[in-house]
Design a protein around this ligand. Structure first.
Ligand code: FES
Ligand SMILES: [Fe+2]
Length: 355
C-alpha cells in the first residue's frame, strides 16, 4: 500500500524564473492592459509593429499606473504628464521639459505562443523562449482547437494543481460529465518526470463516460485513458480519450478513437487568487467549431464544479491556517508536485541570497 502524502502549505509559493500566461493574445489591441501576476502590477501593450511588451504598471513620476495611458507607436505614454517609455523600460520622451529625466521602469520579457502572451517574471537574463510550453498537436492538421475562458478562482494556484493531478476527484465532483462508476477502483499510477509529474489512470473495458458517450461513436464497452501531465510551475495538460475495447491503446490506433488534450494555463494573481485560462485540442470533427463549443460547454460545467470546491477549500485553509491535514494514498502525485515546487523555490531563494 502506498503512503499518503501531507500536502504542506508552501507559504510564499511563487516561482519567479518561469513563463506564465499573462493574457490571451487577442486581448491586446490598441489600449494598454493592466494585469496582476504574482502580486505584481504589470502593464502590457502591443506596439504598432505588432510586438507585445510588458513593464511594471507604475509611472516613476507621480505613480499613475501606466495602463491608464496610451500606446504611442511602439512605446507607452503616461496618461498624466506624458512621459514616454519604450519596451526596454527606458524613458524616451518627456514632452513637458527639454531634458529626459533619469529613470527606468522594470521591463518583463514577453512572447506569444498558442494565442497566448507569456511573461517571464524572474531574472530577464535567464528567460529562454524555448522553455515556453507548447503542445505539438495544437499546430497540427487533423486537430481542432477550441478556446475556453479565463476562469477566475479565489484560491492559491497550488490548490488548482493538486486538483489537476488527481483523477480520483472526478467521480465525486463531476459525476454527470467526466465521472464513471467503473473508474472508482481503477488504479492510479504516477511518475516523477524532469518537467513535473505524470499521473495516469487506464480504464480498460468499461462503460463510456458521459463525455465519451456524447462525442464518440461507441455503443459498446471502451478502453479509456486519463493522463494528467502537471508541468512546473502551473501548466496542466489532461490527455484523455477512448477506443472500442481491445482495439488500441492510449498511444495509438483503436476503433473510433477519440482523444482530447484539455489544457490549463494557471497564472497566480495573488496568494489566494488564480486565473486558469483553458483551451482544448481534439482529434475528431476538427473542422467543426460547434463541436469545440459543445465540449467547452461540458467543460464549463465541470470547471465551475472544481471552482466551487477549491474556493471553499481555500476559505477553510485560511481559517485553519497551520492546522494539520491528513494524507491519503491519492495525494501522492500532488504531494510529489508540491515537493518539486518547494525544491525550485528553495533553489531560487538560495540563488537570491548568494547574490
Ligand atoms: S505621473 Fe506619469 S508623467 Fe506624471
Ligand atoms: Fe475536476
Amino acid at each position: 500500500m502506498r503512503l499518503g502524502v501531507h500536502l504542506k502549505d508552501s507559504g510564499m509559493s511563487f516561482i519567479r524564473n518561469a513563463w506564465y500566461v499573462a493574457t490571451w493574445a487577442h486581448e491586446l489591441k490598441e489600449k494598454p492592459l493592466s494585469q496582476t501576476i504574482l502580486s505584481e502590477n504589470i502593464v502590457l501593450w502591443r506596439g504598432q509593429d505588432g510586438r507585445v511588451r510588458a513593464a511594471e504598471d507604475v509611472c516613476p513620476h507621480r505613480f499613475l499606473p501606466l495602463s491608464k495611458g496610451r500606446v504611442a507607436g511602439n512605446d507607452l505614454q503616461c496618461g498624466y504628464h506624458g512621459l514616454i517609455f519604450n519596451g526596454a523600460g527606458e524613458c524616451v520622451g518627456a514632452p513637458t521639459q527639454e531634458t529626459l529625466p533619469d529613470c527606468k521602469i522594470r521591463q518583463y520579457p514577453v512572447y506569444e505562443n498558442m494565442e497566448m502572451v507569456w511573461i517571464w517574471m524572474g531574472d530577464p537574463a535567464q528567460a529562454n523562449p524555448d522553455d515556453i510550453y507548447d503542445l505539438p498537436e495544437y499546430h497540427q492538421d487533423g486537430w481542432g482547437v477550441a478556446f475556453g475562458d479565463a476562469l477566475d478562482v479565489e484560491a492559491n494556484y497550488l490548490l488548482l494543481c493538486d486538483n489537476l493531478c488527481d483523477p480520483t476527484h472526478v467521480n465525486y465532483v463531476h459525476p454527470s460529465t467526466l465521472g464513471n462508476p467503473d473508474e472508482i477502483n481503477a488504479p492510479v499510477t504516477h511518475e516523477d518526470t524532469s518537467w513535473g509529474v505524470l499521473t495516469e489512470r487506464l480504464t480498460p473495458d468499461s462503460a463510456p463516460t458521459g463525455f465519451v458517450a456524447s462525442f464518440g461513436s461507441h455503443d459498446g464497452r471502451v478502453d479509456m485513458w486519463q493522463r494528467y501531465l502537471m508541468y512546473t510551475p502551473s501548466v496542466s495538460i489532461i490527455d484523455f480519450g477512448a477506443t472500442a475495447a481491445g482495439t488500441g491503446s492510449w498511444q495509438e490506433g483503436g476503433d473510433g478513437r477519440i482523444q482530447v488534450y484539455s489544457c490549463h494555463f494557471m497564472t497566480p494573481i495573488t496568494e489566494t487568487r488564480t486565473i486558469d485560462r483553458w483551451l482544448h485540442v481534439r482529434n475528431f470533427e476538427s473542422e467543426d467549431p460547434s463541436v469545440g463549443e459543445q465540449i467547452s460547454d461540458q467543460f464549463r460545467i465541470a470547471f465551475a464544479e472544481d471552482k466551487e470546491i477549491l474556493q471553499a477549500v481555500q476559505e477553510e485553509e485560511t481559517r485553519h491556517e497551520g492546522r494539520f491535514k491528513i494524507g491519503l494514498d491519492l495525494d501522492e502525485s500532488a504531494g510529489l508536485f508540491r515537493l518539486k515546487i518547494n525544491r525550485i523555490l528553495r533553489g531560487e531563494t538560495l540563488a537570491q541570497a548568494a547574490e
